[in-house]
Design a protein around this ligand. Structure first.
Ligand SMILES: [Fe+2]
Length: 411
């Protein structure tokens, strides 16, 4: 069967067609030359894929993929953006009977007579070749000077709570820099909850929905002390670490306690440039973080497994860093002769993270709420004296990004 199909395709395989906005290439362009050049598309039918050259990019589309991604009403519901087609019913050796480019669309007719039509721009936008060159989420990586010189404005409570444009600006800053601030928030747990609910759903954890802590050692975690805390990501011991961390200092009668913020992706990209082998090792060796708590009514045993650096495999974009030396558990997922190299790589990353020029120190005062991308930006604090009351919560990453996308932001 496959042989017969291939024989039928052979004449087509030997043809490469050039079309200009639905006209044959032999026609004389009558409109602006640049415009026509931008619309030019050539395609070539190979045994295992359709090659399309459009907008200066050579792309390849598997035939089953093309049938699976048909945008016709019987195959796809454009209202719900859900697939109607049963992918399990597609012949895995399927090939189009005929192929054409018409009016900026690729048109395929399949052996059962079904016609699929794809806009060339949609194909380009969804091709692997374009996706592997583009970031899912554009970011500005920063050290202390870069962030300060950018002069990112904080949002103000009143406008933030009432104006969607202000929320959109806030989210754009948050996506680009991994941190964003809202000022003049009433210094109460209720107002802090309200300001976070403006952005997303709250992620309830073992620490509660909204948490509020002082240095009373009420929980079995060093956060509940007056000690300095080195830079770290939170809840690295969750299978999916919390996406966003929110802090609001409601009151502090004493000294010290500044908050430390470090862009983990800035440091990781420095490592990728200087020591690509170390970056690769940290991106591939799974390690375990663990949290065991046995205090009063709190009985918890959490474990999360994953590499320190997490990158999308198709475009090598960093999307998650797990870095918490307090909660990193026993390393027993790599053989002994790889452990030394892992420690070398971890030290190189730590050196970058600890460079003083990468440290952004912020004094959180009552009214200033900070939102931190816990998958990217590390936080820590200096030791303090006196009573310091901090409240906050974690937000669900999916909902924050969903809010941003609904505003048309790229996330
Ligand atoms: Fe923390």
């Amino acid at each position: 069967m496959l042989g017969a199909l291939r024989r039928n395709l052979r004449p087509a395989l030997q043809r490469t067609r050039l079309l200009l906005c639905g006209r044959r290439a032999t026609q004389t362009p009558r409109t602006d030359e640049m415009q026509i050049r931008a619309c030019a598309a050539t395609y070539h039918l190979h045994d295992d894929c359709l090659a399309l050259n459009y907008g200066g990019t050579q792309m390849h589309f598997n035939y089953v993929w093309l049938r699976d991604h048909c945008r016709s009403a019987s195959s796809y519901n454009s209202d719900t953006n859900q697939r109607n087609l049963d992918t399990g019913s597609i012949d895995l050796s399927i090939r189009p009977d005929s192929t054409a480019v018409e009016d900026g669309h690729l048109v395929l007719t399949w052996p059962d007579g079904h016609v699929s039509k794809y806009s060339l721009s949609w194909l380009a936008e969804n091709s692997y070749e374009v996706k592997k060159q583009s970031a899912i989420q554009p970011r500005v990586l920063w050290n202390s000077d870069i962030y300060k010189n950018a002069n990112i404005p904080s949002s103000n409570w009143d406008t933030f709570m009432s104006c969607d444009d202000e929320l959109k600006k806030f989210l754009q800053n948050y996506l680009l820099y991994g941190i964003a601030f809202v000022d003049a928030v009433p210094a109460t747990v209720e107002a802090t909850e309200a300001v976070t609910r403006r952005v997303s759903l709250i992620r309830e954890t073992t620490y509660g929905r909204m948490w509020c802590f002082t240095s009373d050692f009420s929980r079995g975690d060093t956060a509940y002390s007056q000690l300095a805390l080195d830079r770290h990501t939170d809840t690295s011991y969750f299978q999916e670490p919390c996406g966003i961390q929110v802090f609001h200092c409601l009151r502090h009668e004493g000294t010290g306690g500044r908050t430390l913020l470090v862009d983990g992706f800035y440091a990781a990209e420095k490592l990728r440039q200087q020591s690509p082998e170390s970056f690769e090792l940290l991106a591939h060796v799974p390690i375990r973080h663990e949290y065991i708590e046995k205090t009063g009514n709190h009985q918890n045993h959490m474990t999360g497994i994953g590499p320190v650096l997490n990158v999308h495999p198709w475009n090598k974009e960093l999307y998650l860093i797990r870095y918490n030396n307090f909660d990193r558990s026993v390393i027993n997922t790599i053989p002994h002769d790889s452990v030394q190299q892992w420690y070398v790589a971890h030290r190189e990353l730590t050196t970058e993270l600890r460079r003083p020029e990468n440290e952004l120190w912020v004094k959180l005062t009552p009214g200033k709420v900070v939102f931190i991308d816990n998958w990217r930006v590390m936080h820590g604090r200096e030791s303090f004296t006196g009573t310091r009351q901090i409240c906050g919560c974690y937000l669900t990453r999916d909902d924050v990004l969903s809010t941003a996308r609904c505003f048309g932001l790229q996330a």
